[in-house]
Design a protein around this ligand. Structure first.
Ligand code: TRP
Length: 337
């Protein structure tokens, strides 16, 4: 069954701790939906994480935490392949091959590297950070992925993947599927609750603007109730004039499936207080089971680790086949068994 479906692959960094509402509504929900239509592979990218310094104990905890949250959000190991990147050694192996196919200038044009190295101080940036996008190329090509569900910020890395797939195929013969970015335009963009002019993100604004899914539900309710709105009282979607209220309507609509028009009608003649109280309840109903499920996985790392081991085994079967083909095309002598 699965093999007749297009293949999707994505990776998520194990560095964030708790997912926030923006991650969930923007990306994770997409991952969950793609299980139904695609042969989907999702991995926690610990090899990518060490391109900047990581505390080992924190990295290990965050890797399990990311996997636990993906499962809590609805990834089903029966319907997708969920694994940890370092469990599949083929990533590093094909990464090397891709390093040898990438021009130095070509890698130097990657804007995320430029941003990140500027942030960490250019002289402290590692070679690993420089080749980060090339490891990502290997991640994608190993699985012959058709679709790569990512945010707009990853488009350039998927373009590089396409270029390198075509280059390898052109030089050595058809080997890799040339993937396309899967960027859903209508995906809900969630803004900071305190500053609705900026996207909700870990690094932005005050903690009050950020809804972490693993926060105490009552903290979340409080954040919703103190969200910035405007001096008007009308509940209407208008991203320009009423960005705060519009953001609340977007969150409400995305979590419940009610349309914005339904909500505008429901709150006609009512004040912001009513909207916030109801939305706080909707959010609490959403985060409460999410936290419980995440905690269940974290309390039973044996089960969690065996889910990840099974995922790695499924992933490796695909990755090993692709790598063997690439090695053969390159002219490597096969290792005798
Ligand atoms: N670079 C991606 C990010 O920061 C994470 C990632 C690593 C990834 N490997 C990938 C995404 C492969 C898609 C496909 O979000």
């Amino acid at each position: 069954m699965a093999s007749s479906r297009p293949r999707a692959l994505s990776g998520i960094q194990p560095t964030a701790g708790s997912f926030h509402l923006g991650n969930y509504l923007g990306a994770i929900r997409q991952y969950v939906a793609l299980q139904e239509t695609h042969d989907a592979f999702y991995m926690v990218v610990d090899l990518h994480a060490i391109t900047v310094p990581q505390d080992p104990a924190e990295l290990r905890a965050n890797t399990r935490l990311a996997a636990a949250q993906l499962l809590a959000a609805g990834l089903d190991p029966e319907r997708c392949t969920l694994f940890v990147q370092s469990h599949v050694p083929e990533h590093a192996q094909l990464g090397w091959v891709m390093n040898c196919l990438t021009g130095f200038g070509e890698a130097s044009r990657m804007t995320q590297f430029k941003d990140k190295s500027a942030r960490h101080g250019a002289d402290r940036a590692t070679v690993g950070l420089f080749t980060y996008p090339i490891l990502q190329v290997a991640d994608i090509l190993l699985y012959q992925a058709d679709a790569v569900p990512v945010g707009e910020d990853q488009r350039q890395h998927v373009e590089l993947t396409r270029d390198l797939a075509e280059r390898f195929n052109g030089r050595f013969g058809e080997t890799f599927t040339v993937p396309a970015p899967y960027i859903v335009k209508e995906v809900a963009k969630i803004y900071d609750l305190q500053d609705p002019s900026i996207k909700m993100s870990k690094s932005a604004s005050t903690p009050k603007g950020l809804v972490n899914l693993l926060d105490e539900p009552k903290t979340t309710a409080k954040k919703v109730k103190s969200a910035v709105t405007d001096t008007d009282t009308v509940i209407r979607f208008d991203a320009e004039e009423k960005p705060g209220v519009s953001n609340l309507l977007t969150i409400y609509s995305t979590l419940t499936g009610a349309t914005i028009a339904d909500l505008e009608q429901k709150y006609e003649g009512k004040g912001y207080g009513a909207l916030k109280t109801d939305l706080a309840e909707v959010m609490v109903d959403f985060v409460t089971p999410f936290r419980v499920r995440t905690q269940e996985y974290l309390d039973d790392t044996e089960t969690l680790d065996s889910i990840l081991a099974k995922g790695a085994e499924k992933a490796r079967a695909v990755a090993a086949e692709t790598l063997a083909d690439a090695y053969d095309k390159l002219g490597f002598v096969p290792a005798k068994h």
